[in-house]
Ligand binder design. Structure first.
Ligand SMILES: [Zn+2]
Length: 96
C-alpha cells in the first residue's frame, strides 16, 4: 500500500534510512526527535543566559520602589519564554 505521499518509502534527508509516511526532504521520526532535543537544549541555555542578563540589567538600572520593578518582574518570565521559543524555532531550522 502506498503512503499518503504516493510513495512506498522515502529516504530520510539526514540519515538516509528509508521510512514510510514521510515526504521527500523530510526527516525520519528518530532524526526529528534528536534534532528537537538539541534545539531544546540550546534554546533553554540561551534563554537562561539572556534572561539572567536582562534581570541583572533591570535590577541595576531601575530605581527602587517604583512600579517599573513590578513590571520588570513580570517581564522576566515573559522574556525567558519569548527567547526560548525564538531560539528553539531558529535552531530547528538552522541546525546542521
Ligand atoms: Zn533519519
Amino acid at each position: 500500500m502506498l503512503s499518503r505521499t504516493g510513495w512506498r518509502e522515502v529516504p530520510c534527508v539526514e540519515c538516509g534510512a528509508f521510512v514510510p509516511d514521510i515526504g521527500f526532504g523530510d526527516r525520519c521520526p528518530s532524526c526529528l526527535a534528536r534534532r528537537s532535543r538539541r534545539a531544546t537544549r540550546i534554546a533553554r541555555r540561551s534563554a537562561l543566559g539572556l534572561t539572567a542578563l536582562m534581570a541583572a540589567w533591570t535590577l541595576l538600572h531601575l530605581p527602587a520602589a517604583t512600579m517599573g520593578r513590578w513590571y520588570a518582574l513580570i517581564g522576566i518570565p515573559v522574556t525567558y519564554l519569548l527567547i526560548y521559543m525564538i531560539v528553539r524555532r531558529v535552531a530547528m531550522e538552522a541546525l546542521p
